[in-house]
Design a protein around this ligand. Structure first.
Ligand SMILES: *[C@@H]1O[C@H](CO)[C@@H](O)[C@H](O)[C@H]1NC(C)=O
Ligand SMILES: *[C@@H]1O[C@H](CO)[C@@H](O)[C@H](O)[C@H]1NC(C)=O
Ligand SMILES: *[C@@H]1O[C@H](CO)[C@@H](O)[C@H](O)[C@H]1NC(C)=O
Ligand SMILES: *[C@@H]1O[C@H](CO)[C@@H](O)[C@H](O)[C@H]1NC(C)=O
Ligand SMILES: *[C@@H]1O[C@H](CO)[C@@H](O)[C@H](O)[C@H]1NC(C)=O
Length: 280
């Protein structure tokens, strides 16, 4: 009993005990033990900006929102405001990822108040919005490199939503390469490269998922190994969740009200039923 209450106290002190933080710089970030919040306006060309506010939460996760607008042509990704999962077990070989369960709820709305525009793949709201909501993961055969931004050889994305006709995975024109159905949605695989020397594997949900509970990304990673597209020895280094901001002339608000990530490692006992040891 004593141990439990001490633990609870420690968690309470480690997270949430800060004033609201707003990041507007290109690579501004805010780090807590469990998560790092990144404004990541990595391609600030043309007209626009992005600012990410991290609120003072009560649990491990601090709800955050990013308000952005980018109105220049051609339409392209300018920023990827995101939360990064700081799992101590990463880097971890993809062949050893037993489960990677994520639960979250998010909205993408007109920043002046109307919305949410989360209902349809096309522009349901009156905002000519071009964006996705996606996991971005990076991996490399070298464990150290797997956590070095832009140096990793492989990028694996999982798109849980897309808005507008410009927000398309790399390799979209080559067509669907494979399909996996999870309890939450069906995901189609696209394969391309991002022009920065990274191979990109994108799993694209066929319906938008404004909230999901225990969405397990491990089967999507494992499938790439089973199809010999990537090696089981490839180290997964970085796991992020956010929105790729392509275009909106008026400010939009990407708000993540809840987020929980749990990583499980494949157990020693690899019988017919896969055993998983939960790491965090
Ligand atoms: C943050 O929230 C906690 C309660 O969750 C509160 O005790 C603390 O005073 C708040 N800190 C600031 C700087 O607002
Ligand atoms: C964005 O959404 C958050 C969370 O709902 C809200 O607190 C904030 O005021 C919004 N900001 C703008 C500029 O719309
Ligand atoms: C945003 O919401 C406001 C308030 O509801 C509305 O007046 C405005 O037309 C909306 N803008 C867009 C681009 O949808
Ligand atoms: C992995 O990459 C790091 C950083 O570039 C390098 O120092 C190290 O030698 C590499 N390790 C292997 C086994 O290649
Ligand atoms: C992870 O998610 C899967 C599928 O939703 C579920 O069967 C499993 O029990 C979850 N595991 C944990 C540790 O939450």
């Amino acid at each position: 009993m004593l141990r439990t209450s001490l633990l609870t106290l420690a968690v309470g002190a480690a997270a949430g005990a800060h004033a609201e933080v707003t990041l507007c710089g290109q690579y501004g970030d805010y780090e807590t033990k469990a998560y790092t919040y990144n404004n990541n306006a990595w391609n600030p060309t043309g007209t626009g900006n992005s600012c990410t506010t991290i609120t003072n939460g009560t649990g491990k996760f601090d709800p955050f929102y990013a308000v952005w607008s980018w109105s220049s042509q051609p339409v392209e990704v300018h920023a990827y405001p995101n939360v990064q999962f700081n799992a101590p077990a990463l880097p971890l070989m993809i062949g050893n990822v037993g489960s990677l369960n994520i639960s979250s709820a998010w909205t993408l709305t007109n920043a002046t108040g109307s919305g949410p525009s989360t209902s349809g793949r096309k522009n349901a709201a009156a905002i000519p919005l071009q964006a996705n909501v996606a996991f971005d993961m990076f991996a490399d055969m070298n464990a150290t490199v797997s956590q070095m931004p832009a140096k990793q050889s492989v990028e694996i994305m999982v798109w849980v939503a897309a808005f507008g006709s410009y927000a398309k995975p790399e390799g979209y024109s080559n067509g669907i390469q494979d399909t996996v159905t999870l309890p939450q949605a069906t995901f189609n695989l696209y394969i391309g490269d991002n022009g920065r020397g990274q191979e990109v594997y994108t799993w694209f949900a066929t319906t938008n998922l404004p909230k999901f509970n225990n969405l397990d990304l491990a089967p999507l990673l494992n499938h790439l190994v089973a199809k010999k597209l990537v090696s089981a020895q490839l180290y997964l280094g970085t796991v992020q969740f956010g929105t790729e901001a392509y275009y909106s002339a008026k400010p939009v608000n990407f708000s993540v009200s809840s987020f929980q990530a749990k990583l499980g490692k494949v157990g020693k006992n690899k019988g017919s039923k896969r055993s998983v040891n939960l790491l965090e």
